[in-house]
Ligand binder design. Structure first.
Ligand code: ADP
Ligand code: ZN
Ligand code: MG
Length: 513
């Protein structure tokens, strides 16, 4: 059947705007286009081109040497482990590994760069043309192309001493800490394949968990070992890409999403007002939620790239690449499939466990120790995750270890504890570090003290149902089932059925007297 036009009078269709209507902006008519540039600090022991230790949070300028300070006459030596880690990343992102990869000097003047150039890669990066398959929370999937993954060294860190948030009141200078200068980085550049801020956030979450599983980085966004710049433009669907702007240093998943949302709003308002989007870097202020222009980005920024003459090109032979490939751990996508298969977990649970390596490991150990994978998954994703999230404790530091939690699950399984009690015991285990049996003994939990609780319920239910009670006393055994059902309902199925039966028979007999 054809839908006939409804003929709403005066609505859209006349193409005229008499100027009296509110100018409405149809945000849905715009599509956003997003591409990310992610810097990953590699967790090597030493820096990219010298022997200085890689650390975080040490006193400023305590891990520096003539090489990373760019003194004249020194020579860089490439860190083999950094190449291995970079290769791992490139392989995990399904990139083609270059047979020959070359370092370039990227020249620019900034106080955090003592050599006045950064050793980076330019037209011969280590990895090219990969992709990452991403799954959204609703189960839908999309693929993000990886343009390149290249190696470079980090710059130093500027500490602006003055200003309201400065460390020294009224100071008008900046300090520079070169501990970070020369730490190996891998920069991952995505294709402009992301279409929503939500997709961008989920992509970054999944990339982070991939990097974590690869064991190549601390991937700590707060400490800066994972940093993300977001490029964004808008267009009418089907049109060519619009002019992009860049949001620098989005240092949390939420900020990335919120920053993109704010910038997309701004671009829509700009274009709807008949103005043009200027290619520039914009700053997102998480406190106010506002975006502001920082500086125009020089389009053909002249970094005067040229090959680093002090480093030889690197040629990774196929055998080396294969060896690295074989050393890769099980990656999240594969682990998710295995968890679904091996433990019959629902896709959502398997994805959550596969996406977080320490949590996934905890789950598999608990499943083995308890012999009940579904229950183990429910605990790990339920109470355990809730505890970790609220306390901010990492899985590795969780006071409730696998074996004691398996013991707790055993107490539920054998009927000693109800599910509700077990949750409380778990809280106590987490806060005191005691094991379940000790807590049950100390607090008099479990079936025995349940007896009193159940008796109260039984007495109340029998009293509230004099009719069925009388029927039972007349010899209708079947009525007992009704009473058991009432008790179970009241205790949410947690009462021990045998005890309930005994109590009911006793009470139904007694109350008749
Ligand atoms: P630039 O030359 O400014 O460095 P690139 O083409 O190298 O730009 O891309 C840098 C990043 O910006 C990549 O992540 C890419 O996906 C993204 N990008 C490129 N063009 C656009 C666009 N029109 N809108 C959004 N993102 C884009
Ligand atoms: Zn050094
Ligand atoms: Mg570029």
């Amino acid at each position: 059947m054809n839908a006939a036009p409804t003929g709403k009078s005066g609505a859209a269709g006349d193409g005229l705007n008499d100027g009296s209507r509110e100018p409405t902006v149809d945000r849905e008519a715009w599509e956003s286009v997003i591409g990310l540039e992610i810097h990953v600090q590699l967790s090597t022991q030493t820096k990219m081109f010298c022997g200085c230790t890689v650390t975080f949070g040490d006193p400023p300028n305590t891990h520096v040497c003539p090489v990373c300070l760019g003194h004249p006459g020194v020579l860089p030596v490439c860190n083999e482990r950094a190449i291995e880690y970079a290769t791992r990343i490139a392989l995990a992102l399904d990139c083609r590994i270059a047979e020959r990869t070359v370092f370039h000097r990227k020249n620019y003047f900034y106080p955090d760069l003592p050599k006045a150039y950064q050793i980076s890669q330019y037209d011969q990066p280590l990895g090219l043309g990969g992709h990452l398959d991403v799954e959204l929370e609703d189960g839908s999937r999309f693929t993000v192309g990886i343009t390149r993954a290249h190696m470079e060294e980090d710059a130093g860190k500027l500490v602006h001493a003055g200003g309201a948030s400065g460390r020294i009141d009224g100071a008008d200078y900046s300090l520079v800490d070169f501990n970070r200068g020369g730490i190996p980085l891998v920069e991952i550049v995505t294709e402009p394949d992301l279409r929503t801020p939500d997709q961008a956030r989920v992509f970054l979450v999944q990339l982070r968990s991939l990097l974590q599983q690869l064991g190549v980085s601390d991937v700590n966004m707060e400490e800066g070992s994972l940093r993300c710049d977001a490029n964004v433009s808008i267009r009418r669907p089907g049109d060519p890409f619009g002019t992009k702007t860049e949001l620098k240093n989005m240092n949390s998943f939420r900020f990335l999403q919120r920053g993109l949302e704010a910038e997309i709003e701004r671009q829509i308002d700009t274009l709807e007002a008949g103005e043009t989007v200027v290619q520039q870097t914009v700053h997102f202020d998480p406190a106010s939620g506002a975006v502001s222009a920082l500086r125009s980005k020089e389009e053909a920024h002249d970094y005067r790239y040229f090959p680093e003459p002090d480093l030889t090109p690197i040629e990774l032979d196929a055998e080396y690449v294969e060896r690295v490939r074989e050393s890769l751990p099980e990656l999240p996508a594969a682990r998710k499939e295995r968890l679904m298969e091996q433990y019959s977990l629902p896709a959502k649970d398997a994805a959550a466990l596969a996406g977080n390596k320490p949590l996934g490991d905890y789950f598999e150990e608990l499943a083995a120790a308890s012999g009940d994978a579904r229950t183990a998954a429910n605990w790990v994703l339920g109470d355990l995750s809730a505890y970790l999230n609220t306390s901010g404790v990492e899985v590795a530091d969780c006071p409730v270890k696998v074996a004691p939690l398996a013991e707790l699950l055993g107490l539920v399984d054998d009927g000693t504890l109800s599910g509700k009690m077990a949750k409380e015991v778990f809280e106590t285990m987490a806060s005191t570090g005691k094991d379940a049996k000790t807590i049950v003994a100390e607090e008099g939990l479990g079936q025995i003290s349940d007896l009193g609780e159940l008796e109260t319920i039984v007495v109340r239910i029998v009293a509230a149902n004099p009719g069925p009670a009388e029927e039972f006393r007349q010899g209708r055994e079947k009525v007992l089932g009704f009473f058991v059902g009432q008790v179970m309902k009241e205790t949410q199925g947690q009462a021990n059925p045998q005890i309930v039966n005994d109590l009911l028979r006793k009470q139904l007999g007694a109350s008749g007297v």
